[in-house]
Write a protein that binds this ligand. Structure first.
Ligand SMILES: CC(=O)N[C@H]1[C@@H](OP(=O)(O)OP(=O)(O)OC[C@H]2O[C@@H](n3ccc(=O)[nH]c3=O)[C@H](O)[C@@H]2O)O[C@H](CO)[C@@H](O)[C@@H]1O
Ligand SMILES: C=C(OP(=O)(O)O)C(=O)O
Length: 425
């Protein structure tokens, strides 16, 4: 019988100290894919050490890109020998962001063959907006069983593309496809996430002509060629928010380094509203979060950026389970992002859901239990709950957590948490 790894978390009082935030997973993944477009060497700094990044590196290598680690978090990528436009299906299954290589491959070869991506099971997550965008640029899509093929006869041509929803992935894929298209592309109702801005800034350093990233209208004027560059990945706002919530739930005092407050305004606002102290030290990209008393209830509603991030919803709900009074959460981005609710209830949380709304009544105490990381951020929520629960919290299916948190055990342990990985049968 093969051994499985679990996380064991035990209560150890308030977390205190400093934590350094890694580069953003959701920036590094599309930027790695975009490096396929460079005719020269690209160097990326602050690449987080994550399973998803390993998968993306494998995808690039399978296409014949040369990828080497200069340091643990810096990568050199040479795509000059990339000669394939077909991605290995077994890698596509491993994460959602695998589909993001489609845009660059289409731009480079006028043809990309792949399959629908895997990733966290937090909703239906179709790819229709990506494909509509490619088609508007002149590609034809065919689907045969699992295979998705997008192909253009005479190269891509710029167009105006209105997105029915400001999809992060579709905005990124279309933006990358359009960088070398003939003429001008306008993405209307584009996603405005900081990761979109980071990708656009990387592409611009490579010589792409992009304006408006970070607003609803992105204009891309096609260029002939993209060159090499060096780029530092923006800090991970979701990882930062998770440690801010760790300070809040344990009544601790954590200095979070390498974080941009402007990227997580809703989380800061909600923490202040419920009674935590949040100090932004902007010149040094630091935020200190302190909580000395029991925090109050509140309500959150997830929305595309700059609204409250869906990727912090589960972790914030974990905090609400021990706040004073009745809180509520409305999830509007994904249809199935309450899987952590049943797990938190096993730990004594009082939560009722109806459709996309959850009502959370704060309890005095949580207790340890055997729980499952049903998806990446659900796993993070269970760690937060485990930090204040009596007894042992045993979290299984932690491969989800490894997709998104760099040096998790080291970072939490340094803050005083009792958290360890264990092998079980
Ligand atoms: C690798 C990465 O960056 N992942 C992030 C990205 O995911 P991802 O790019 O998959 O998220 P999207 O913004 O595309 O999805 C948002 C909503 O749009 C829907 N949709 C999306 C595409 C499409 O073609 N059709 C469609 O209907 C989705 O089902 C979902 O309900 O943004 C999400 C929303 O901030 C985050 O939770 C993920 O962490
Ligand atoms: C949902 C997430 O990731 P992905 O889109 O890669 O599944 C996430 O980062 O919370």
């Amino acid at each position: 019988m093969s051994k499985e790894e679990i996380l064991v978390v035990r209560k150890n009082g308030p977390l205190k100290g400093e934590v350094y935030i890694s580069g953003a997973k959701n920036s590094a993944l599309p930027i790695l894919a975009a490096s396929l477009l460079a005719s020269e060497e690209v160097i990326l700094d602050e690449v987080p050490k994550l399973k998803d990044i390993e998968v993306m590196v494998e995808i690039l290598r399978s296409l014949n890109a040369k990828v080497e680690y200069i340091t643990e978090t810096s990568l050199r990528i040479d795509s000059s020998n990339v000669d394939k436009f077909e991605t290995p299906f077994e890698l596509m299954d491993k994460m959602r962001a695998s589909f993001i290589v489609m845009g660059p491959l289409l731009a480079k070869f006028g043809h990309a063959v792949t399959k629908a991506p895997g990733g966290c099971n937090i909703g239906k997550r179709p790819i229709d907006l990506h494909l509509k965008g490619f088609e508007a640029l002149g590609a034809q899509t065919t689907m045969n069983h699992e295979e998705i093929s997008s192909k253009t006869k005479n190269g891509l041509t710029g167009n105006v593309i209105y997105l029915d929803f400001p999809s992060v992935g579709a905005t990124e894929n279309i933006m990358m496809a359009a960088t070398m298209a003939e003429g001008e592309t306008v993405i209307e109702n584009a996603a405005k996430e900081p990761e979109i801005v980071d990708l656009a800034s990387f592409l611009s350093k490579m010589g792409a002509n992009i304006i408006g990233a970070g607003t609803s209208n992105i204009i891309i004027k096609g260029v002939e060629k993209l060159k090499g560059t060096r780029h530092t990945i923006v800090p991970d706002r979701i990882e930062a928010a998770t440690y801010m919530l760790a300070a809040a739930i344990t009544g601790g005092d954590i200095l979070i380094k390498n974080v941009l407050g402007s990227h997580i305004r809703p989380v800061i606002a909600k923490l202040i509203e419920i009674g935590a102290k949040v100090e932004e030290i902007e010149d040094d990209d630091m935020i200190r979060v302190k909580a000395s008393k029991k925090l109050k209830s509140t309500s959150i509603k997830t929305l595309p950026y700059p609204g409250f991030p869906t990727d912090v919803q589960s972790q914030f709900m974990a905090l609400m389970t021990v706040c004073k009074g009745e809180s509520s959460v409305v999830e509007t981005v994904f249809e199935n992002r309450f899987m952590h609710v049943d797990e938190l209830k096993k730990m004594g949380a009082a939560i009722i859901t109806e459709g996309n709304r959850a009502v959370i009544v704060g309890v005095d105490k949580l207790h340890g239990a055997e729980v499952k990381a049903t998806d990446l951020r659900a796993g993070a929520a269970l760690i937060l709950a485990g930090l204040v629960a009596d007894g042992e919290t045993k979290i299984s299916d932690i491969y989800h957590i490894d997709r998104g948190y760099s040096d998790l055990i080291e970072k939490f342990t340094k803050l005083g948490a009792l958290i360890e990985r264990k092998q079980v049968n």
